[in-house]
Design a protein around this ligand. Structure first.
Ligand SMILES: NC(=O)c1ccc[n+]([C@@H]2O[C@H](COP(=O)([O-])OP(=O)(O)OC[C@H]3O[C@@H](n4cnc5c(N)ncnc54)[C@H](OP(=O)(O)O)[C@@H]3O)[C@@H](O)[C@H]2O)c1
Length: 299
């Protein structure tokens, strides 16, 4: 496993996204169940993954509960990241943190992320609550999610100390977050790539005429434009991967990790997917590979 510094914490470059846990829209109870979710977390720890991403809204709190259960007795091996969703009023933030701590069954959240900007509440007010949580030891570090560059910098100014990460949708079919990278490099911050496999589209299993019939059908990634562009990108990922004996999904993750300030948090619905994702940390793409992939994406 490869590790990077996120503020004061050393995190695995491949983390585990746990939106799939407890979420009916991801086929919870049919495609994935409680026991497999626990096995996924335990196998992740064995493979050196220490960064786990959840949110109060995933499965309406169930994801946090399952992650907390899986980490019982192994808390010290994990960096636990969760999120508070708008509205980001101070009283709501304080209450949400308490509830997340209870569901996760932990004393302190390692990375507390604002799930999305809230235009209705000044960041200074939200961050006063976050500061209180930090002073009380209930939160160790602070991150944001779905913030643009200005909003990230404003959040940091409002907190008065580093907002160590920004979690954004970033994958080969959506490279807009690249404009966050110079800031991450200059300030030593981390861009956390969510949906790094484009929710499975970059794995090659899905495509035009074969869209997963779950919450992904409405999330936006499986739109006409991505469905049109994906086959050529996946074909290139497959060609590059054949040289190393790896899959298109693994190449897609390794491409993101070419930037040292980026970490990825793929979701997994089986231990086999988790294992494949963890192994992508060992894949070293050459500049030639990167160029080929870039060209396929541009086309
Ligand atoms: N901050 C935010 O607003 C936000 C939004 C979305 C997600 N997230 C976070 O980011 C995490 C990951 O994003 P995501 O789950 O949306 O998308 P993702 O990680 O890009 O895709 C996950 C899906 O890809 C497929 N997959 C996983 N490993 C694979 C492999 N090795 N080979 C082929 N296919 C594979 C699986 O679908 P199949 O089982 O169908 O193959 C899996 O459910 C979430 O769990 C969550 O923690 C955050």
């Amino acid at each position: 496993m490869k590790y990077v510094m996120m503020g004061t914490q050393q995190v695995s470059a491949i983390g585990l996204g746990t939106w799939q846990f407890g979420e009916a829209g991801w086929g919870w109870g049919t495609e994935l169940d409680h026991d497999e979710a626990i096995r996924i977390v335990h196998r992740a720890l064995e493979l050196g993954i220490n960064f786990f991403d959840t949110a109060e809204v995933y499965g309406n709190g169930r994801s946090e509960e399952i992650l907390g259960e899986a980490l019982r007795g192994r808390r010290h091996e994990a960096i636990v990241a969760t999120k508070v969703a708008p509205p980001l009023r101070p009283d709501r933030v304080m209450q949400a943190a308490r509830e997340s701590l209870r569901r996760l069954d932990i004393e302190s959240i390692d990375l507390y992320q604002l799930h999305a900007p809230d235009g209705g509440v000044p960041l200074a007010r939200t961050m006063r609550a976050i500061r209180r949580l930090m002073d009380d030891g209930q939160v160790q570090q602070v991150g944001v999610s779905n913030f643009d560059l200005n909003q990230w910098q404003e959040a940091e100014a409002a907190l008065g100390s580093p907002v160590v990460s920004n979690q954004v949708q970033y994958h080969l079919l959506d490279r807009r977050p690249r404009n966050l990278l110079p800031h991450a490099h200059e300030e030593g911050r981390i861009v956390i790539a969510f949906s790094p496999l484009a929710q499975g589209l970059l794995g090659g299993k899905y495509g035009p005429g074969n869209v997963p019939q779950d919450l992904r059908a409405n999330f936006g990634i499986f739109n006409d434009d991505n469905l049109r562009r994906a086959p050529a990108v996946v074909a290139t990922l497959r060609q590059v991967g054949e040289h190393y004996g790896v899959t298109p999904a693994q190449v897609a993750l390794a491409w993101l990790l070419l930037d040292p300030q980026v970490i990825v948090i793929p979701g997994a619905r089986s231990v086999a997917q988790l294992e494949a994702n963890a192994a992508a940390a060992d894949l070293r793409l050459t500049p030639g590979d990167a160029l080929r992939i870039e060209e396929a994406t541009r086309a």
